[in-house]
Design a protein around this ligand. Structure first.
Ligand code: SF4
Ligand code: SF4
Length: 171
């Protein structure tokens, strides 16, 4: 498949210098237009390969922009699982790490996430919240069904930028 010129730098690892973020900001309106009326069937068929392709170039351990700047939601099953793993009561886990946001979801009290290590590894990786396991939704219908989330994520997650550029190049 023809690679888009905006993703060529990813192959050589240049995505790490974050120059792509300027391009992502310039392309915001183009992504928004595309997400208004995408050919969902076609996009969903392409996503597994594009997701794999994106992460063949991008290493989350060199990024961690999501864990450094945003919080996942900690749903009840997440809280139960992580508290058990940490061998603390759920109430203690909540009091120590979480707060309720404006939408009534538990999120981390502050960013970066307290479970993110200096080496960008997640200390609770095997039991991390479902939101973390699914992020950045580049292999899910969320990418086309939740345009607002995709547009926000395209500004800081190189994988979302990559997949959006590839989808536009293949249009
Ligand atoms: S922002 Fe995207 S590329 Fe960066 S660590 Fe998170 S999921 Fe990986
Ligand atoms: S729980 Fe782990 S994967 Fe999720 S935001 Fe925190 S450090 Fe990142």
């Amino acid at each position: 498949m023809e690679k888009g010129e905006n993703t060529a730098a990813f192959v050589s690892g240049e995505w790490k210098n974050r120059q792509w973020q300027r391009k992502a900001a310039e392309r915001y309106k183009t992504y928004a237009r595309f997400l208004q009326n995408p050919d969902k069937k076609k996009v969903l068929k392409l996503l597994p390969d594009l997701h794999e392709e994106a992460f063949s170039h991008i290493d989350c351990l060199h990024c961690a922009a999501c864990c450094k700047n945003y919080s996942p939601r900690f749903k009840t099953p997440d809280i139960k699982r992580i508290s058990k793993h940490l061998k603390v009561k759920e109430s203690v886990f909540i009091d120590t790490y979480l707060r309720l946001d404006e939408e009534g979801d538990y999120v981390v009290k502050q960013t970066p996430c307290p479970f993110l290590g200096d080496d960008n590894r997640c200390s609770i990786y095997d039991v991390r919240p479902s939101d973390c396991a699914r992020f950045p939704y580049t292999d899910e219908d969320v990418l086309v069904n939740r345009a607002r989330i995709t547009l926000k994520n395209s500004g800081f997650c190189p994988a979302v930028f990559y997949v959006m550029e590839r989808l536009l190049a293949l249009k």
